[in-house]
Design a protein around this ligand. Structure first.
Ligand SMILES: *Cc1c(COP(=O)(O)O)cnc(C)c1O
Length: 390
């Protein structure tokens, strides 16, 4: 099933760097500079004419960012990649490169909320329409496709972790000549390689598993050179959401342990999801690994999932009582985290995707980190026992 390098093979993470100025350092240096100088006007002119590819200014090309981009492209099986200052910068720059006023986007329901808000505010103002489809209903996807410009996917989706047959949906879009983009932050290239499933462009919030240490906000997009080149020349320089060299350096460090971190998140997350499902206090657990089989193209599961409490548990008391699970958004780092659904439902930012798509107010999202399954389970059990209403 895996096309390209095996993501569990450490060699797939090795990208050579030019160490001519770096004392053969084993880790690529951080080229923390805004600009690069020229010896001669001739060289400067040749570069500006596009005859020479060398760094000029770090909003365009920076060697440390480039190193990260090459690593990520290799992991996803892309020809090229572009690093951004956030996942949202990757999403907005990518989408805005390929749509114009009057165009229509088809998107799956239960999107990452800020992507949903981008579509419902800025894009709407630009007269770009979005049709939401149920990604589990291939007939509905087929029906929405004629005349669309771009199909925006996420699988598993945010919060409820609904999975889709990515290859089947990408094939439908391709038949209609619609460009496909997927947010692959949840699975990471370790467990899902959408380019090998026929998707055109793959993007990530690198703030999550790619970084893996909760110390970076960044994003990336990868795919065929021709498409990445369009984003590089048409939107990145002017929207300006470029990744910084230091963040790229942290991401290079993060990627080196991505495969082993993902295996650990998978094992702990799945075990905790199974134990939660067996509890009388829990009505439902939304974890793709609890289904009879994973959808085609998804080879493993990460540490992020949600579940729904039955009446009889005080969810605020439960969340406040937890010690290892910290109350906080984001995910993908060492730490285990919890977000109660009621927080998202009361969020002021509009449009609110949770309201639009009927999120269960008794649901809770967990990110299972790397503290160890038994310690995390004991934390959850203690908090549930303390929060049971008598
Ligand atoms: C966090 C997140 C984003 C946005 O990424 P930022 O780096 O926070 O801008 C996009 N998609 C998903 C699925 C996310 O979880």
């Amino acid at each position: 099933m895996i096309n390209g390098p095996d993501p569990f093979d450490h060699a797939s993470l090795i990208v050579a760097h030019d160490d001519s100025n770096a004392f053969e350092a084993v880790v690529p240096p951080i080229v923390q500079t805004s600009l690069f100088t020229f010896e001669t006007v001739d060289e400067m002119v040749a570069t500006y004419r596009g005859e020479k590819n060398r760094p000029v200014y770090s909003r365009g090309l920076n060697p440390t960012v480039r190193h990260f981009e090459e690593m990520l492209a290799k992991l996803e099986g892309g020809e090229d990649a572009l690093g951004f200052g956030s996942g949202m910068a990757a999403i907005s720059s990518t989408v805005l490169t390929f749509v114009e006023p009057g165009d229509r986007i088809v998107a799956v329901k239960h999107l990452y909320p800020d992507a949903f808000r981008l579509f419902g505010t800025l894009l709407k103002r630009m007269k770009i329409e979005v049709t939401y489809v149920n990604g589990t209903d291939e007939e509905a996807v087929e029906k929405a496709m004629p005349g669309a410009k771009l199909f925006y996917m996420e699988s598993p989706t945010s919060w409820i972790m609904e999975t889709h047959d990515v290859a089947a949906l990408a094939a439908i879009a391709r038949r209609h000549g619609v460009l496909t983009v997927i947010d692959n932050s949840w699975a990471s290239p370790v467990f899902q390689r959408p380019l090998s499933l026929g998707v055109d462009l793959v993007l990530h919030s690198a703030s999550k598993y790619l970084g893996g240490h909760s110390d970076v906000v960044a994003g990336v997009v990868t795919g065929p050179k021709a498409l990445v080149d369009r984003i590089r020349s048409e939107s990145l320089p002017y929207l300006g959401g470029k990744m910084s060299p230091f963040d790229a350096w942290l991401l290079i460090r993060g990627l080196r342990t991505l495969p082993i971190r993902m295996k650990a998140h998978e094992a702990a997350g799945l075990e905790i999801a199974r134990r939660l499902k067996a509890l009388p206090e829990v009505e439902q657990v939304n974890h793709p690994g609890l289904a009879n089989q994973l959808p085609p193209g998804l080879s493993g599961t990460s540490g992020l999932f949600s579940f729904v409490f039955r009446e009889g548990v005080d969810i605020r008391a439960f969340a406040d009582r937890l010690e290892l699970f910290k109350l906080g958004v984001s995910w993908g780092g060492h730490e285990s985290l919890i977000v109660p659904g009621e927080v998202v439902l009361q969020q002021k930012a509009q449009p609110n995707s949770a309201h639009a798509f009927g999120m269960n107010p008794r649901s809770v999202r967990l990110h299972v980190g790397l503290e160890g399954t038994e310690a995390l389970w004991s934390d959850l059990e203690t908090a549930i026992n303390a929060a049971r209403k008598t």
